[in-house]
Design a protein around this ligand. Structure first.
Ligand code: GLC
Length: 522
């Protein structure tokens, strides 16, 4: 159960490091940067899609599941990356988009060519666009319906995302089998598992919202059984943007997903920081059911998508938009397209505090590439591209990302490569990079972070969060002061300060504004 103690790191290969000067990051470039990732201390990389794609959805519109887009390199480059990563004890999982393909996938081209095509059943076709009316639209800014009319064959096809991403029909045994074969292909190349994209939507049933259906769980259990049987130790990480009670079934009885992202806690961490109160966080964690022993939550602050506000109430969403996305360009669909550092006013204390919460809540943390150095965003860029800009390796104009012309504009202003870059932060012992590196080191030395129970301790202010995490005779205590004012916390006993490695006798603890404290009970 390595994934319980691991720190994950999400990478856009296109934006990470270009090795051949074509302006696009690639697998060889990423391989060159494994030493950096090892120095940071992360254990498992999640690579965003590298399959051939017309890029209508940045690669989540897959045109061929059995190849790598040539801008990223070759299958041999991937094998070399996996080998070099494994030599450094770093694992690699890839994105697997099961729910839909690109409309340029051969299956869809065949499917739409003729109603009698053997591939017709691979997708969801209908004479009417009135089916499944209880299903929400996800990309509300661009899509008016989940159905799109196909002129040639005079039927509608179903899609939960862009119209250029037709949904596969999981009622077809052929589709079910195809996707197992896809998984086998990549697992045979040595990858350590998948981040399974958009899994709630695999099946459609009239009279439901077409999410989280029993049929979906049944299929995912088959996928898991296949992995258990043939590839023990590889993992499936679930992207189900749902409330905890709806994500819970994705863990099954420990026989479905190994891991699942905890979506609802994420916006509540931002609420807590702004409101200086942990109330919403505590509530959602109390509402989070227990999961089987071999399962793990994956906790995140940001990713490549908008900071989703799907799992909050409409009032909370409005409030979050007002607080964190005052400029309408910062908003997209039901979320906020900004990165961590700008969201938190580029205030080092808030950025560290948020990361400390990320690391100390139950689950395994995942860091979005660039957030370990506090990279910025660009709200001028299309769709969610503003949070997917090139990694800033050094202070040169192209940030050490490429010797050519970057595929997309680099960040300017306060967050430009001259201000924010890896080289400078690696030289500076007090940099954010080194703080994150230290958090990772500490977490790795204590299994209670990944495996411990959670107890909320009483505090004298809503702004002070104090938790105990206990595992195997070890007790860790974490204290966070969300307030911009000093606070106190009453503790007593002997503790080891995990950051200084010094033993302290605690009684009335003074907490600096926006501070965090990690202790181990002695
Ligand atoms: C997932 C991805 C997102 C993509 C969508 C459709 O939510 O995270 O980037 O647009 O699936 O594939």
């Amino acid at each position: 159960m390595w994934y319980k103690d691991s720190v994950f790191y999400q990478i856009s290969v296109r934006a990470y490091k270009d090795s051949n000067g074509d302006g696009h990051g690639d697998l060889r470039g990423l391989t060159e940067k494994l030493d950096y990732l090892q120095t940071l201390g992360v254990d498992c990389l999640w690579l965003m899609p590298i399959y051939p794609s017309p890029l209508k959805d940045d690669g989540y519109d897959i045109a061929d599941y059995y190849a790598i887009d040539s801008t990223f390199g070759t299958l041999d480059d991937l094998k070399a990356l996996v080998k070099a990563a494994h030599e450094r004890n770093i694992r690699i999982i890839m994105d697997l988009a099961l729910n839909h393909t690109s409309d340029e996938h051969e299956w869809f081209k065949a499917s739409r060519s003729d109603k009698n095509s053997p591939f017709r059943e691979y997708y969801v076709w209908s004479d009417t666009d009135q089916k499944y009316q209880d299903t929400r639209i996800i990309f509300v800014d661009t899509e008016k319906s989940n159905w799109t009319w196909d002129e040639k064959t005079q039927q509608y096809y179903w899609h939960r995302f862009y119209a250029s991403q037709p949904d596969l029909n999981f009622d077809s045994p052929k589709v079910q089998e195809e996707m197992i074969n896809v998984a086998r292909f990549w697992l045979d190349l040595g990858i350590d598992g998948f981040r399974a994209d958009a899994v709630p939507y695999l099946f459609e049933r009239e009279g439901t919202n077409c999410e989280n259906l029993p049929e979906t769980h049944e299929y995912l259990k088959k996928l898991r059984a296949f992995i258990n049987e043939n590839y023990p130790d590889r993992i499936l990480l679930c992207e189900a943007n749902q409330y905890p009670e709806d994500v819970r079934p994705y863990f099954g009885d420990g026989d479905e997903f190994h891991m699942g992202f905890h979506f609802p806690i994420m916006p509540r961490i931002y609420m807590a920081l702004k409101k200086e109160s942990a109330e919403d966080m505590i509530q959602i964690l109390q509402r989070t059911p227990a999961i089987p022993e071999n399962c793990q939550w994956c906790m995140f602050l940001r990713n490549h998508d908008e900071l989703t506000l799907e799992m909050v109430t409409p009032d909370e969403r409005k409030w979050m938009w007002e607080q964190y996305a005052p400029d309408p360009r910062m908003r997209i669909n039901l979320g906020i397209r900004r990165r961590l550092a700008p969201l938190l006013d580029n205030d080092r204390r808030k950025i560290e505090l948020a990361n400390s919460l990320l690391f100390t809540l139950p689950g395994s943390p995942i860091i979005y590439y660039g957030d370990e150095i506090g990279m910025g965003d660009n709200i001028q860029l299309f769709d969610r591209n503003g949070v997917r800009t090139p990694m800033q390796w050094d202070s040169t104009p192209s940030a050490g990302f490429t010797s050519g012309t970057p595929f997309i504009d680099l960040i300017g202003g306060d967050f430009s490569p001259a201000q924010v870059n890896v080289a400078a932060q690696m030289k500076d012992a007090d940099s954010l990079f080194h703080t994150l590196q230290r958090m990772i080191q500490i977490r790795k030395a204590h299994h209670a972070f990944g495996r411990g129970t959670l107890t909320w301790l009483e505090t004298n202010s809503a702004a002070v969060i104090a938790t105990l995490r206990e595992h195997d005779g070890e007790t860790l205590m974490f204290i966070h002061n969300l307030s911009s004012q000093p606070q106190t916390f009453k503790a007593d006993g002997q503790y080891l300060n995990l950051f200084t490695n010094e033993s302290e006798t605690l009684n009335e603890l003074s907490l600096n504004p926006l501070s965090y404290h990690w202790y181990k009970k002695l």
